[in-house]
Design a protein around this ligand. Structure first.
Ligand code: EPU
Length: 336
């Protein structure tokens, strides 16, 4: 267990903001969490973080920050077709993906090297290359902050949708995720149509296998997304906007090459990166902040940028996309 005062959060946020928490607590078990919460749950403000890959700290955090170091993988169920693995919320997400690939289990490979931790995967419903983590979540184990009782949320109870869950909605700030049980398939099955994954396999002359899919996805991500240790960033800064059919038809008539994906019966998802790129922002640098040169959806800290610099740039981008397309971008990153 850790209990520090005036603790630097530099290694707990991938944007590289050099801020401090008045108090920083880290626990390694549910018992330790219960003990800490009984003492600090009324501290205000109070924030639970994961790997900090989706946060933008706007100043020092004058309150208590909690972080899970609950680790471990445990097989809790198995049939001929699947394996249920219960994973500590403080495990690094990609360690889990690597474990599944090395053990011949299908379902997590498309989510390779997404930064962050297991607990946040279940809150954020992380997704990439046609797969969302909701597709492999069986149960989310959580602790109620108010009465310290344990609660298991079934997949349905988590109310998953695009980058969203009950933990960001109805029960926001009320529960802490302690473990997640994922259900992985033992039966060979891939999702390679999205984002040219099959084309990349072909180009490289690689056979279809879990390891090869993981490696291709790692290569594609490395080629498009900056490494946070080199260039501070939080992955996609904005969510891909979802528009109604009418708005979509109007835009498609003007921009027939506009990429788009079906969202539900009446709505279509448009890549924010394409909209931002079309407005001429890709690769633009404004002082110490900028728009990444290979992916317009990612804002970067060239070193020493303040959150104000990043948010100022994000606001400019939102305005110009609104003016040109009449579509409002929403940040995916949380401002703290
Ligand atoms: N595009 C451009 N210019 C750009 C960026 C994208 O024209 O600068 C176009 C691409 O050519 C493509 C389309 O926009 O036609 C979509 O781009 P891409 O496939 O790179 O994916 P994305 O929609 O930008 C989403 C996720 C990523 C995830 C990728 C791959 C969101 C907000 N982002 O990005 O997730 O890795 O798909 O599946 O949904 C993250 O959440 O941090 C993240 C990186």
């Amino acid at each position: 267990m850790k209990d520090y005062r005036d603790y630097s959060l530099l290694s707990y946020n991938t944007f590289g903001m050099d801020v401090k928490a008045s108090r920083f607590l880290e626990y390694t078990s549910v018992d330790e969490l219960v003990m800490l919460l009984s003492e600090c749950r009324n501290d205000k403000p109070f924030l639970h973080i994961g790997g900090g890959s989706n946060l933008l700290f706007t100043s020092d955090f004058k309150g208590t920050v909690l972080h899970s170091a609950i680790k471990g993988f445990e097989i809790v169920g198995e049939t001929d077709s699947y394996v249920d693995i219960k994973v500590g919320a403080g495990e690094v997400w990609d360690n889990f993906v690597e474990y599944t690939v090395c053990n011949g289990l299908y379902g997590a490979e498309n989510l390779s090297i997404i930064p962050g931790e297991v607990g946040a995967s279940a809150v954020q419903n992380i997704g990439a290359y046609g797969v969302e983590v909701k597709d492999i979540i069986n149960t989310v184990h959580a602790l109620c902050i108010e009465d310290l009782s344990s609660k298991d949320f079934t997949n349905e109870e988590c109310c998953y949708s695009y980058r969203n869950s009950i933990f960001k909605g109805d029960v926001k700030g009320k529960y802490i995720v302690t473990y997640v049980t994922y259900r992985l398939s033992k039966i060979e099955n891939y999702h390679i149509r999205y984002g040219n994954i099959s084309l990349e396999l072909e180009k490289k002359g690689l056979a279809l296998s879990l390891h090869n899919v993981r490696n291709v996805i790692i290569d594609v991500r490395h080629s498009k997304l900056p490494e946070p240790s080199v260039l501070g960033n939080a992955g996609s800064f904005f969510m891909n906007p979802v528009v109604g059919v009418e708005k979509f038809d109007e835009l498609l008539a003007l921009y027939p090459d506009m990429p788009h994906y079906p969202f539900d019966e009446n709505r279509i998802k448009i890549p924010a990166g394409w909209l931002i790129d079309k407005c001429g922002w890709k690769g633009k640098r404004v002082g110490l902040a900028g728009v990444y040169e290979k992916q317009a959806l990612v804002l970067v800290n060239y070193g020493g940028a303040t959150a104000g610099n990043i948010i100022g740039l994000a606001d400019e981008i939102i305005k110009s996309v609104e003016n040109r397309f009449g579509v409002t971008l929403l940040p995916e990153v949380n401002y703290i």
